[in-house]
Design a protein around this ligand. Structure first.
Ligand SMILES: O=c1nc[nH]c2c1ncn2[C@H]1C[C@H](O)[C@@H](COP(=O)(O)OP(=O)(O)OP(=O)(O)O)O1
Ligand SMILES: [Mg+2]
Length: 470
């Protein structure tokens, strides 16, 4: 016996069709549900985004001490189930296997249709599972990207819904005897779908099939809840609790559950669009002070290299932050920085990284700069320079936040010190004779261009993050 709750996750309200079955079939189980309504629909998003969002929900459920997690979302199952299952030591159940197995049992003419979101269809998971289990079954797939928005906006009874369902299902009508509703939102459109497909076609509700597998697992791992007087289910949405409540009352019965708004804690993790370890180390310490954890692009090896084609620091910082934000759907911080030497008219500047060639080492860049200065700038007054950083915070569909800062100094005659990175060993700080590479990490962060820029960013970031929600 185990009275801990079962955790359910979904991109929005669709998972309520699974909840309805759990309440019916497993009355001794307490439920914690998280619907990411704020960021729904998931079906048209990239796999990286879906995986990141799914992890946010998984971590939220783990913080509620769940004994099992049910992916009540086909899209999350298709894209992220295997990764999450491999990482956790509690059972993790998805909706695809159960729906596929049931369809194989029910089809007579061995022609099974699957309707689902674009991401689920692209993943080919239903086809793979069905044909692995029964190679003689033919699978016809169809993405229905307009269905989830209809359900999430509570429009399932409208004339518009009828037309959209009829138009979308045209390629499927008459071709199959069994149709998998491969998205937990679709049972809410069941009547319309049944009418279009014809009364003889068997509709498989992937969610309710899943609850049978949940029952089996609860028994197998001896995780069943005890019969008790009152069970308090908890339902959370990242969107508007009132709108979620209306949907829940409608599909589960009035007053069955109470919906609450919540934030997912990923908002405290920021992705820095850099592959530079030196920068990352500095950001890690700096952001920690403000209670943020950070990740960089090395945590996402599949993301592309962003070409720094801009002529200014701001252009390049925007390119890095805005492109990675568009792909991942997260808040992303970009840093473009460099060393500007006065006697060289501000060079190497935006070309600091590529000063000595396309992929130079820090030592090669330093050697090239010392060489450039050797004949023209002999006295210290002629060797003045500053580091510059421009930081950009970006989020898809929103105006970016831009801040910048400089750090004055001079270029030394030979490299000194082992700390820091890049040009630090030849950057004499201010009027002093110590290089940035001779400072401790803390000393550098307090004074540096990056440290100053981050202070400015943090003065504005909370307000900017708040504006993203509107
Ligand atoms: O505090 C610093 N101390 C020493 N050198 C520094 C610093 N800050 C920037 N720098 C130099 C290193 C690099 O040569 C160039 C940055 O080029 P920049 O394109 O912004 O960075 P990057 O290519 O190394 O990494 P990424 O683009 O993935 O963020 O300026
Ligand atoms: Mg770069």
């Amino acid at each position: 016996m185990d009275n801990r709750p079962i955790g359910l996750l979904d991109s929005g309200v669709g998972g309520l069709t699974v909840v309805r079955e759990i309440l019916r079939q497993l009355p001794n189980e307490e439920i914690v549900y998280i619907g990411d309504t704020q960021r729904a629909p998931y079906g048209s998003r990239s796999n990286e985004q879906i995986t990141a969002f799914t992890w946010d929900m998984v971590n939220f459920l783990l913080s509620k001490n769940v004994k099992m997690i049910v992916f009540a979302c086909n899209t999350a199952t298709a894209v992220a189930l295997d990764e999450v299952r491999a990482a956790l030591d509690i059972p993790v159940v998805g909706v695809i296997l159960s729906g596929a197995s049931s369809a194989i049992q029910k089809t007579v003419n061995k022609k099974v249709g699957v309707i689902a979101t674009q991401a689920t269809i692209n993943s080919e998971q239903y086809r793979k599972v069905i044909q692995f289990k029964s190679s003689s079954v033919e699978v016809l797939s169809l993405a229905c990207p307009d269905f989830v928005p209809l359900v999430e906006s509570n429009q399932v009874d409208t004339e518009a819904a009828k037309n959209i369902v009829a138009e979308t299902l045209k390629p499927m009508v008459g071709k199959v005897d069994t149709l998998i509703l491969g998205c937990t939102h679709y049972p809410l459109l069941r009547k319309l779908i049944q009418k279009e497909m014809g009364q003889d076609v068997q509709l498989i509700d992937s969610g309710s099939e899943t609850v049978r597998d949940v029952t089996v697992l609860l028994n197998y791992f001896a995780l069943n809840g005890e019969e008790r007087d009152s069970i308090r289910h908890c339902f959370y949405t990242t969107g508007d609790a009132g709108a979620f409540q209306v949907m829940a009352d409608r599909w589960l019965g009035a007053g069955k559950i109470r919906a609450e708004h919540t934030e997912l804690s990923s908002e405290r993790t920021l992705l820095i669009a850099t592959r530079n370890d030196g920068k990352t180390q500095e950001f890690k310490r700096l952001f920690e002070e403000f209670g943020y954890k950070i990740k960089n692009l090395k945590d996402y090896p599949e993301l592309p290299d962003i070409k720094e084609t801009g002529m200014t620091f701001e252009e390049n910082a925007r390119l890095k932050a805005e492109q990675i934000a568009a792909i991942t759907g997260q808040v992303v911080i970009g840093d473009d920085s460099g060393l500007c030497v006065d006697v060289l008219g501000g060079l190497p500047g935006v070309w600091s990284h590529r000063f000595a060639g396309p992929k130079p080492t820090d030592e090669e860049n330093i050697a090239k700069l010392l060489h450039e200065l050797a004949s023209t700038a002999i006295t210290p007054e002629r060797r003045t320079a500053h580091f510059h950083t421009t930081l950009v915070a970006a989020y898809p569909g929103h105006e970016s936040l831009v801040v910048e800062a400089d750090w004055q100094g001079r270029i030394g005659l030979t490299p000194q010190g082992k700390n820091g990175f890049g040009y630090d060993p030849i950057f004499l700080v201010g009027e002093s004779d110590r290089t940035a590479a001779q400072l401790s990490a803390e000393e550098k962060n307090t004074a540096s261009h990056r440290g100053q820029a981050l202070q400015k960013l943090m003065a504005e970031l909370p307000k900017w993050l708040e504006s993203l929600k509107k």
